[in-house]
Design a protein. Structure first.
Length: 290
């Protein structure tokens, strides 16, 4: 493959396999070897590391990952691509290609995720692979608009749901823009390569499944009201949760007792919102034993 393009080669293989790239599955294949090199360089894989690749497609990234790691688990949902990869890597020992939906998979332990992910399920993928007690490092190609929301630093006005959820578990390290024309077919969206690493100080509240899922609901529930004061946003969140026994004055008093000002949601930092979710959780579940 020359460094510039292997668009024709990709088209040929897809034709041979009878695959028409499926938008719903985010099938936009990397056709530029320099991006693959950049991803490998940024991954800083050591040879005892295990890699998770989500959606290997035609294996453009996979074949390089195999050279530098102990093992690659490659999850591909498309059966034709899975068969192609099985054949392509039939002589290679340190790969397991798995024909499964990553969102349903019971993924073996791994150190790092290197992947050009299916863009339409970025949120659920993050939740599955990163919002955990010991998340792996990540080198990912994702939609640029999502990357921007993750990398908002200290611009709390631009906070969104994914900014808060992601930054509660992970540290965004670097981001590079990538032209959409480095993929075939070219997607409609702009893309970014992001390098992220796990936080070492994830709030212990987030380490149980029940609490974590409350936190994610809480963030999703207050962010639509991010220009309101926190008490109003919490009030609307609780109403949407069908919790009716916490009138606004009661929430206001509760927060006051905890030394939390009734500021706009955008004034709160990520860690303060995690703490706040814990307080509201306690208020709802412990006071009332719901
Ligand atoms: N890694 C390849 C590349 O860079 O050329 C392909 C990347 S393409 C953006 C996304 C890949 O994810 C496709 O091969 C698609 O079939 C696969 N995929 C989509 N949804 C998936 C899912 N839920 N689980 C596993 N693979 C999935």
């Amino acid at each position: 493959m020359n460094d510039n393009m292997n668009k024709r080669e990709t088209q040929l293989i897809l034709n041979e396999l009878g695959i028409i790239p499926n938008k719903r599955l985010g099938q936009n294949f990397l056709i530029d070897k320099t991006i693959v090199k950049k991803i490998i360089l940024e991954s800083q894989i050591s040879e005892d590391e295990v890699i998770l690749e989500i959606g290997p497609g035609l294996g453009a990234l996979t074949e390089e990952l195999l050279k530098f790691s102990k093992k690659v688990y490659a999850y591909e949902i498309d059966f034709k691509l899975f068969q192609y990869l099985k054949e392509k890597f039939s002589q290679i020992e340190n790969i397991e290609v798995i024909n499964e939906d990553i969102l349903k998979a019971n993924i073996p332990p791994h150190n790092i995720i290197v992947s050009n992910i299916p863009y339409s399920i970025t949120g659920p993928i993050f939740e599955k692979v990163f919002y955990n007690e010991k998340p792996p490092r990540g080198i990912l190609v994702i939609e640029n608009s999502i990357a921007e929301r993750i990398f908002i630093q200290n611009k709390y006005k631009n906070f969104s749901r994914i900014t808060v959820s992601f930054n509660a578990f992970m540290i965004p390290v670097k981001k590079y823009n990538i032209s959409r024309f480095k993929f075939f077919p070219a997607p409609r969206i702009d893309l970014s390569l992001i390098i992220v690493k796990p936080r070492e100080d994830i709030n212990p509240f987030l380490l149980s499944d029940k609490n974590k899922s409350f936190f994610l609901r809480f963030v999703a529930g207050i962010m639509p009201y991010k220009n309101k004061n926190i008490v109003n946003a919490i009030d609307l969140f609780l109403k949407n949760e069908k919790v009716i026994n916490f009138p606004k004055p009661k929430i206001l008093q509760y927060l006051k007792n905890k030394n939390i000002n009734n500021d706009k949601v955008t004034k709160f930092k990520v860690d303060e919102l995690v703490k706040l979710s814990e307080l509201i959780f306690e208020l709802m579940y412990e006071t009332l034993s719901i």
